[in-house]
Design a protein around this ligand. Structure first.
Ligand SMILES: [Zn+2]
Length: 263
């Protein structure tokens, strides 16, 4: 749920002032953590599609039920939450095909996520169970971010990695500690890593768009797309955004991140 399309930090014409790393080696397993259904597709969908196409198993962890993702004050929010689970599972399938991994939902109410010790333990548990090489999540330090769930989900991603990697955290899990090799923060305040998602006849961009369109319940509130023309305009906006992000690097499309490897 979001009042506006969540997404990348820059539009066409932006210039970055610091050096970037390019294109991580495709991991065997990735875990993308979003506050709501659809956040992962906005933040890193094309990168997930690229990695899955190269054999990476892509797991999703969604921290809330998305039950506030509507402008209809009379909506049945229980039904909406159920629908959004179905949509998220379909989006994961569209992104990653046969390499779609688990889609895990934490039982938090949309808008009420807290980066507390209990939730940190739950995120750490998922990391220890799924043992991803790379974790992706919201940048919790993005300035002027209003939605609290995005801040808290970002903090939980970072804090969950620390708890998962150190064996004395949450010993009650009875799970072996796990240290990922890299963390990529999307919607980054200061991106310093770029993933080329162009080429391949636009396959990865197309899969991102298809996955976003699995979130049918969000067409009105997030994507501003209640008819075919508006949906086409939405696709153009996303396409242009990724083209703008790729342009400084000579890529026809890109997603950018803050890369942290000192885990
Ligand atoms: Zn969101």
């Amino acid at each position: 749920m979001a009042a506006n399309e969540p997404g990348q930090p820059a539009l066409a014409g932006t210039t970055f002032t610091h050096p970037f790393t390019h294109n991580l080696e495709v991991p065997a397993t990735a875990l993308a953590i979003g506050a709501h259904p659809d956040d992962v597709e906005f933040g890193c969908g094309a990168t997930m599609a690229k990695w899955a196409d190269a054999g990476c198993v892509v797991h999703h962890l969604i921290c809330t039920d998305g039950s506030k993702g509507t402008w209809n004050p009379d909506a049945d929010v229980v039904a909406l939450a159920a629908q959004r689970k179905v949509e998220q599972s379909e989006a994961a399938r569209r992104l990653s095909g046969t390499n779609a991994g688990f889609v895990v939902f934490l039982p938090n109410i949309d808008g009420e996520l807290d980066s507390d010790l209990t939730m940190r333990g739950e995120v750490a548990r998922v990391i220890r169970e799924l043992r991803p090489d790379v974790v992706l999540g919201h940048d919790p330090w993005k300035r002027y971010r209003l939605h609290p769930d995005h801040r808290h989900a970002g903090l939980l991603t970072c804090d969950g990695i620390v708890a998962a990697r150190d064996p004395h955290f949450f010993r009650d899990h009875g799970l072996e500690a796990h240290r990922p090799t890299a963390l990529l923060l999307f919607e980054a305040d200061e991106p310093d890593h770029v993933e080329d998602v162009g080429g391949h006849d636009g396959l990865f961009l197309e899969r991102k768009l298809d996955a976003l369109e699995a979130h049918i319940s969000q067409f009105e509130s997030t994507m501003k797309a209640v008819d075919d023309d508006q949906l086409a305009a939405f696709r153009t906006r996303i396409t242009d955004r990724l083209a703008g992000l790729g342009e400084p690097f000579g890529y026809s499309a890109a997603e950018v991140f803050k890369l942290i490897t000192d885990l």
